[in-house]
Design a protein. Structure first.
Length: 122
């Protein structure tokens, strides 16, 4: 198997935009985020901030893997015991990473107004 090509995905989002969308369409959270992601965010002071960073991570992963026709729940952001984020891939996202022979690393960030994430194939 040849090494995976170097690929990077990046995404940035205004947190308020996601918060407004979730307020208007509460079922959207279930479409975009796993139960564990929603529980993680719900335990924080401003859940929308953490969901926005996870949304960006999902988009960044999709860009790095060049996914098409995927579900947001196929890219799950999890944190280890030290709070370091990583992704668990499911379905077509996992299949694409396997096809490329790649593992995905992510980094998330947020301010009061914006959230962002970068994904790198390694």
């Amino acid at each position: 198997m040849r090494p995976a090509p170097a690929r990077v995905g990046l995404d940035l989002l205004e947190i308020g935009r996601l918060e407004r969308a979730l307020a208007r369409h509460p079922a959207l959270a279930e479409r975009l985020f796993t139960d564990a992601e929603r529980a993680y965010a719900a335990a924080r002071a401003r859940p929308g901030q953490h969901l926005a960073a996870r949304f960006c991570a999902k988009e960044a992963v999709a860009k790095a893997l060049a996914l098409s026709g995927w579900s947001f729940r196929e890219v799950e952001v999890v944190n280890d015991d030290d709070g370091v984020p990583s992704v668990r891939l499911h379905g077509s996202a996992a299949a694409r990473a396997a096809e490329l022979g790649a593992r995905v690393e992510v980094s998330l960030t947020h301010t009061r107004e914006s959230a962002g994430a970068v994904a790198i194939l390694v």
